[in-house]
Ligand binder design. Structure first.
Ligand code: FAD
Ligand code: AMP
Length: 487
């Protein structure tokens, strides 16, 4: 495997520098890496955290945090647009794009400073530079002494993928990284890929006045979500004026004087060309593993992903891998490993406890991981979709409560969408799926119910405050328990 530093692969290079010894060395300081570092220090280990860019990783610098800051600005635009309906006259809102970006940068900088300070205060040795796994227990960083550790965690994360025939140039063809620093909101934009990243940016740019076209290869938007949720997202996106091509294949892409032009085959087999000032490629994230010595150290790497078991063990003693970098084929889950910040956190904590020999929690329950997409409409879910539950042999029953039935949603002026609960025939809650107002905050209760293995009847007995959006949960559970109040 090649070495991107351009020299002899570090795994074979002789080292004359002195060695640094530590209990735990971590390659990559994103959510996974820094969570592992913090928990390991709490458990009394000495920790070296190697980071080539900035601690906080994708999530803090180009992922969760900056996107949510921009989505909040977009949300304010939407609220102001409808303020008149609520008796607040403020006129048509105007975007100050520079300030949108400044605000986003302020949020990121504040939390970067906080995280850096925290790691220092906890006595974590943050080593700046690109690390390479030189042996299962050694990380080499160019120009520094090798780090020798009893345990090593690989947490080098992921990068934005493109399509083979699209060269990302940062202008006509961009990734999510570029979309965070555009000099202005584009007049029009094509978004390829309707996963969380694609939907969030499509939503932001639509709020800021761009003409947005979404192209998704699978037969629905948000294809990882329950099918009814996808249908509702598509309905609401179309209502917002966003053009959606699902089941569409992108055949060619070219840069034009005005931006980007794609040739696509639509779901109906028609060839069409789509043009816009820019094209955001949001077709998923690939693992950062090339040239880092992982395979030479005995780790199984498949399509760049490090394969691990349910405890994030690589199969090489004392060597774990976590976060966006990993795949877990042996678990036979009904979905790929979630590339989510909170999954990386949970895995980081877990491997640190293993390294310290002080395991305090069971392995990460991947089915129970809450998922959230912060577009307008918001999407949030936990547990099995109806289709996954049926495929898994469950005799399901479902209950669906439309937000339109809730006074709180009417008060907010945002009552499209629903909450859907999927339960087993005995009433055990298997999954909760929501699309609509503020559902990314409501998912916390849903995850407690689902992960605690509650019966719908048990939740039905709990009082939900009125008037809130959370009443939908109470009502759905009452319906599943055979005693709907409003049904
Ligand atoms: P990363 O955060 O990618 O961290 C890896 C770190 O390793 C990086 O800092 C990198 O510089 C460093 N590194 C790599 N190679 C080396 C090397 N050789 N030497 C030293 N350092 C190295 N998830 C959510 O849960 N909620 C969200 O709302 C959300 N929004 C997102 C929005 C966008 C646009 C994107 C792109 C992602 C989003 N995610 C979200 C996903 C989330 O960012 C990732 O799941 C999370 O960052 C994964 O953490 P990680 O530690 O595995 O990897
Ligand atoms: P995620 O992996 O959740 O970030 O989502 C990426 C999305 O991009 C998925 O919904 C994929 O189906 C979609 N996707 C991947 N390749 C293509 C492609 N060539 N054209 C359109 N959509 C794609």
């Amino acid at each position: 495997m090649g070495d991107r530093l351009g020299g002899t692969p570090a795994s074979r290079a002789p080292s004359r520098l002195p060695r640094m010894k530590t209990d735990l060395a971590i390659l990559g300081g994103g959510n996974g890496g820094y969570a592992a570092a913090l928990r390991a220090r709490q458990l009394g280990l000495s920790v070296a955290l190697v980071e080539k860019h900035k601690v906080g990783g994708t999530c803090l610098h180009v992922g969760c945090i900056p996107t949510k800051a921009m989505l909040h600005s977009a949300d304010l635009m939407e609220s102001i647009r409808s303020a008149g309906e609520h008796g607040v006259e403020v006129g048509e809102p105007k975007v100050d794009w520079g300030k949108v970006l400044d605000r986003k940068d302020f949020v990121v900088a504040k939390h970067y400073k906080g995280l850096s300070g925290l790691l220092k205060a906890k006595g974590i040795d943050v080593i700046e530079g690109k690390g390479i796994l030189k042996s299962p227990q050694t990380i080499a960083v160019e120009g520094r002494e090798d780090i020798e550790a009893t345990s090593v965690v690989l947490a080098s994360g992921s990068y934005a993928k493109s399509l083979p025939f699209i060269d990302i140039d940062g202008e006509a063809f961009i990734t999510s990284d570029d979309a965070l620093v555009l000099p202005e909101a584009p007049d029009s934009i094509i978004v390829i890929g309707a996963g969380a990243v694609g939907l969030e940016f499509a939503s932001v740019f639509a709020s800021f006045g761009s003409k947005v076209t979404v192209i998704e290869a699978l037969d629905r938007l948000a294809p990882g979500e329950d099918a009814e949720v996808s249908k509702e997202v598509q309905r609401q996106f179309r209502k917002r004026g966003i053009t959606c091509h699902v089941g569409a294949k992108v055949n060619e892409a070219e840069r034009t004087d005005n931006g980007a032009k794609l040739t696509i085959t639509t779901a109906k087999g028609k060839e069409e060309s789509v043009e816009a000032s820019a094209c955001l490629v949001a077709v998923g994230r690939g693992p950062v593993s090339e040239g880092l010595g992982y395979e030479d150290a005995g780790v199984t790497v498949e399509r760049g992903f490090v394969e691990v078991d349910e405890l994030c063990r690589t199969g090489v003693d004392g060597l774990w891998a976590i976060g966006d970098l990993i795949a877990q084929p042996s678990l036979g889950l009904p979905f790929p490993h979630f590339q989510l910040a909170h999954v990386a956190f949970a895995e980081g904590i877990h491997v640190a406890e293993q390294a310290a020999g002080k395991l305090q929690h069971p392995p990460v329950d991947y089915v129970g991981v809450p998922r959230a997409t912060y577009s307008f409409p918001e999407i949030a879910s936990v547990g099995l979709t109806e289709a996954q539950a049926k495929d898994g042999g469950h005799k399901t029953k479902t209950s669906k409560v439309p937000w339109a039935a809730l006074a709180k949603a009417t008060i907010l002026g945002d009552s499209a969408g629903f909450l859907k609960v999927v339960a087993d025939e005995d009433g055990t809650v298997l999954g909760v799926h929501m699309v609509g107002p503020r559902v990314t905050e409501l998912i916390a209760e849903a995850q407690l119910i689902t992960n605690w293995g509650a019966y719908a009847g048990e939740v039905a007995a709990l009082v939900h405050p009125h008037p809130t959006l959370s009443e939908a949960m109470g009502e759905a559970m009452m319906a599943l328990a055979g005693e709907p109040l409003h049904g």
